[in-house]
Write a protein that binds this ligand. Sequence first.
Ligand code: HPA
Ligand SMILES: [Zn+2]
Length: 335
Amino acid sequence: MTLPCAELHLHLEGTLEPETIFALAERNRVTLPYADVADLARRYDFTDLQSFLDLYYANMATLRTAEDFADMTTAYLARAAAGGVRHAEVFLDPQAHLDRGIALETVLEGVSTALASSEREHGVSTGLLIAFLRDLDAEYALRTLDRILALGTPILGIGLDSAEVGHPPSKFAAVYDRARAEGLHCVAHAGEEGPPSYIWEALDVLRVERVDHGVRCLEDDRLVDRLVAERIPLTVCPLSNVRLRVVPDLAAHPLREMLRRGLHVTVNSDDPAYFGGYLDDNVGATARALDLTPADLRELAENSIEASFLDRTRKNDLLAEIEAAAEAMAPGGSR
Ligand code: HPA
Ligand SMILES: [Zn+2]
């Protein structure tokens, strides 16, 4: 059994399983360049972030209608709930769909409809983070943000994803200023493939409240000290880091070192359909590879709640659920 927790780093489009991609292709009469599901699954042998992104964007061609976006979101929420997720703050890449000629309204309607019924249907509260593609220009991001705000779709905040190296956070200063002025939360991918200086920029220029990935902070002691002192959460994704060769294998993953150094780390799945597992799979595999203790697992679950953008009351309720579950799992407990 996994402890109740929050998932804070999850790309909805990264939850499209090979079987779903084929089902959507058939429904929308999209011709895929793969012979069958097994042929597609064989291509999930990535060498770096870009090799994954190429396939990730290509497979989005199967998403056409609001129903497709709703079904993708619902399938994720059901699977996440089964793995102990009680709150999810999820990324969506609207520009990747706009660039394929899908209307913003279609994308947002499908996703937000599924998110709105999640608490009732899956017991998972939700928030939507709009991610901007950092390899595209900042003016396009700003235009897209303005259009989303004009539509009035409820959103929790913004993030920055896609190809990191060569696209430092400072490029998006104006976008983050605008989002903050609108009362939105601000997060950004930094220090996945990019250097520690990108994490500094995300903090100093974008003034992010959380850093997505951030594992390369360990190359800079002064940066680690700052992240600890300011209690900035890092949304770490262990299986993603292995599959994108940020680390050689799980046994070499720095998660335990990060915990020991006092960093506010959480475990997340990033793109679970592509990287070999959902949040519970990430926690389980990492716990085995790194010999994490029950106290470590409880700290990770508690961190995920504290690092979320939930209000204090809901955080306290979920922390109480974690405490009860941890006690039930302890030797002599009821489970
Ligand atoms: O892990 C990621 N990194 C950057 N961009 C992404 N887009 C989806 N997943 C990722
Ligand atoms: Zn990510």
